[in-house]
Design a protein. Sequence first.
Length: 169
Amino acid sequence: MNKKAILYRMVTDNHICPFGLRSKDLLEREGYDIDDRPLTSREETDAFKTKYNVKTTPQTFINDERIGGYDDLRTYFGKGEAGQTGTTYTPVIAIFSVAALLALAFQYTVAGAYFSIRTLMLFIAFSMSLLAVQKLKDLFSFTNSFITYDLLAMKWLRYGYIYPFVEAY
């Protein structure tokens, strides 16, 4: 028996719903044949929402039963909460790995050998720069954490905003 699902998602010239794409991907990974029914205008989307008394799209139907949006679909399939939950060290591991590879490649290009004191210095320089860029990605979140342990940032909050720029330099 083929598993079938109907997916209504917003796809206009100005907007493609990311949760519609996520829903479609999840259904495909779960082995469903998808009857994809894009809502191609604001009017069509609003009419759909009114007809089914829902506030958002996408909406998925399986066996003529409305499952709901992306989060509801994840619940239906017994998946956990979407996105990152809790602390992850993946970005830091990636940063140090890239820094190490850059240091090795740079050292080999310049000196024809992989390992030397310069390789360690390059690794530290690349790591510091990449970590600074990671902090600059979301200064507000970084400073919220930073001001809880850095003594200077506790006294002078603006230092928390300046620090990543200095680190990058």
